[in-house]
Design a binder for this molecule. Structure first.
Ligand code: ADP
Length: 594
């Protein structure tokens, strides 16, 4: 059965097509804004037309004071109308762009929420953050500003050329041909520019991601005297960014001027044609002057069209990056319940999985973790233990084979069913900015204060929480930096207890705790395991020895299975070797002279 769904149609449909698609319900007001902006530009042409008419009236001697007054009134009126149209266009564009981009960001976050967890971690938080912030910002700024200028810049020349067509079709044709001649140059520059802009956005995202990591890991970097090298690591990303930026400036900017220059090649062409027309007696001197003034009014705004078209290229790059995230296949879940797990038994049936195509990390792994029992997974580092746990949580879907919970394949469970059935307790406990109570009640926000306190007592948290200045209402920083490692672990166990699911997937911390804390944490884990199906990547002796079943993994395969005593009775087995190794390490720790 398929476990992922691809979106029916891609998000990207060309720069303007994607904007159109992304604006959804906000299209109508945006179209109105565009129309108002175009109309404002066309109205800008009225003073030019009036001036041309005045010149002609003076030349033919038909100018009267009444006509001059009327001309002034028309110009004043056109300016007023232009301002009203500008105001309407800007207001509509601003308000609706911010709504649409805000909704777009929420839509993107929802999409990310439905991606397999593995996909999100593989993309890197810095990169996703750059898409959600910088790329959407580029789209917002461009739509309410650049796009409006683009439309405004194009409207007057189009209207001017059409008007010119009524006066002199041949010259209007020459203007049109000179503008159209610039189109292929423009498209060629565009192609190069988009690729460079994508590179630039990637470099920017990488640098952003690295700086976040640098700040997050500063304590570790300091204790290992690695602040300098870590800074160099960030510097490398900045250097790459500079290199990409330089390339953009040195290679692309001249190309952009080529496309602007190509448009302006029309001006000498028009000069030549009008010159010939004058020499041939087809145009009189006055008409040539008027004509050239009008033509320059047509070409000048085209510069802003070319400039804003560059913005469109940057926006195109941003839209492609957004589309890349929006098109990542989400995990399929049935919309409503199709089957109910019989119990909390976890069953992996010949599961093969690899992070990269063609290089499996797990090979045909089969196991049964009966309901209400503890299964410990042990093995050397890199054997695939955490990967196996992440498949049981459906953070990834297997390439082949099936993971079942209570007899039901995980893809047949709704999102809520999976949430209600499985809790993952990670090795690195992440605590959110908020109170201790919020953190414990994270998976059960409606829990009563008494329930929160009850689980905190079972997880041996109550004593240290009540010793804090505000007890359960004490605020902890992002990441829970103010609590010790043991306290954070116990808090995460209290959180899991409150969520109260039949299956617990536990990645036991490898970090050493002092013996007293170790005992307290162990007791909390035992309380959590009671009556539940527990799959634990185990590092602690006590967890392993007390497990109902131990799976020994090596190189993505389960090589041994049994209870502690049974496995120790196989002196040729990996478990025996691992155990002997551990005993030696423990002795070394207890008595350095032995
Ligand atoms: P263990 O938990 O036994 O130490 P893991 O399940 O973490 O082993 O890793 C098994 C293999 O998969 C290792 O070779 C590791 O490098 C690789 N691996 C783990 N996580 C990822 C990931 N997110 N992307 C690519 N490879 C990974």
């Amino acid at each position: 059965m398929t476990t992922v769904t691809a979106p029916e149609a891609g998000f990207y449909r060309g720069p303007l097509g994607t904007l159109w698609y992304a604006f959804g319900e906000r299209r109508r007001p945006l179209v109105l804004a565009v129309v108002a902006r175009a109309a404002a530009s066309v109205v800008m042409g009225i003073p030019v037309a009036v001036a041309a008419w005045c010149v002609d009236a003076v030349r033919t001697g038909s100018m009267t004071s009444h006509a001059a007054l009327m001309a002034s009134a028309v110009v004043a009126g056109s300016v007023a109308v232009q301002y009203v149209l500008w105001f309407v266009a800007n207001r509509l564009a601003w308000v609706n762009t911010f709504h649409a981009v805000g909704e777009g960001r929420i839509g993107a976050l929802r999409h990310v929420q439905h991606l397999p967890v593995g996909t999100v971690t593989a993309r890197g938080t810095g990169d996703l953050g750059a898409v959600l912030t910088a790329d959407y910002e580029q789209v917002a700024v461009y739509t309410h500003h650049g796009l409006m200028n683009l439309v405004g810049g194009a409207a007057l020349p189009v209207a001017g050329t059409v008007a010119l067509g009524f006066v002199d079709p041949l010259l209007a044709l020459v203007v049109t041909a000179s503008v159209l001649a610039a189109v292929p140059v423009f498209r060629w520059v565009n192609h190069t520019f988009v690729q460079q802009s994508l590179d630039r956005a990637d470099a920017l995202a990488e640098a952003g991601g690295r700086i976040v990591e640098y700040v997050q890991g500063i304590a570790t970097a300091r204790s290992y005297d690695q602040v300098g090298p870590r800074l160099d690591w960030y510097r490398q990303a900045v250097a790459r960014m500079r290199e990409v930026n330089d390339r953009l400036a040195v290679r692309i900017t001249p190309l952009a001027y080529v496309s602007i220059g190509t448009v302006f090649l029309g001006v000498p062409l028009i000069l030549a044609v009008t010159g010939y027309a004058w020499l041939g007696g087809h145009l009189d001197g006055w008409s040539v002057v008027v004509f050239l003034v009008v033509v320059l009014r047509i070409y000048a705004p085209l510069v802003s069209v070319a400039v804003e078209a560059e913005g469109l290229r940057l926006t195109d790059a941003a839209l492609r990056r957004i589309a890349h995230v929006r098109d990542l296949p989400v995990q399929a879940h049935p919309a409503s319940v199709v089957a109910r797990p019989a119990d909390g038994e976890l069953h992996l049936d010949r599961v093969t999985f690899g992070y990269d195509q063609g290089t499996p990390v797990l090979h045909e792994v089969s196991l049964v973790a009966p309901a209400g029992t503890v299964t410990a997974i042990v093995g050397p580092s890199g054997a695939g233990k955490s990967t196996l746990l992440s498949l049981a949580a459906r953070f990834h879907d297997p390439d082949s084979g099936t993971v079942r919970l209570g007899g039901v394949p995980l893809p047949d469970l709704t999102r809520d069913q999976l949430f209600d059935a499985v809790t993952v307790v990670f090795q690195d406990v992440y605590l959110f900015a908020g109170t201790i109570r919020d953190n414990i009640a994270f998976g059960a926000p409606d829990a009563k204060a008494a329930d929160v306190e009850a689980v905190a007592r079972v997880a041996h948290c109550h004593a240290f929480i009540t010793a804090l200045p505000d007890g359960y209402d004490t605020r902890i920083g992002e990441g829970g930096m103010t609590l010790s490692g043991g306290e954070r672990q116990r808090l995460s166990i209290a959180r899991a207890l409150l969520k109260n699911t039949p299956v617990i997937l536990l990645d036991e911390p490898t970090s050493a705790l002092d013996p007293i804390t170790e005992r307290v944490v162990q007791s909390a884990v035992t309380a959590l395991a009671r009556g539940r199906t527990v799959l634990v990547v185990a590092h602690r002796l006590s967890t392993i020895a007390a497990a109902d079943q131990i799976l020994v993994m090596r190189e993505g395969r389960i090589v041994q299975c049994g209870r502690h005593a049974e496995l120790l009775a196989e002196p040729d087995g990996l478990y025996f070797r691992l155990w002997a190794e551990r005993e030696r390490a423990a002795r070394w720790r207890l008595d350095p002279r032995s």
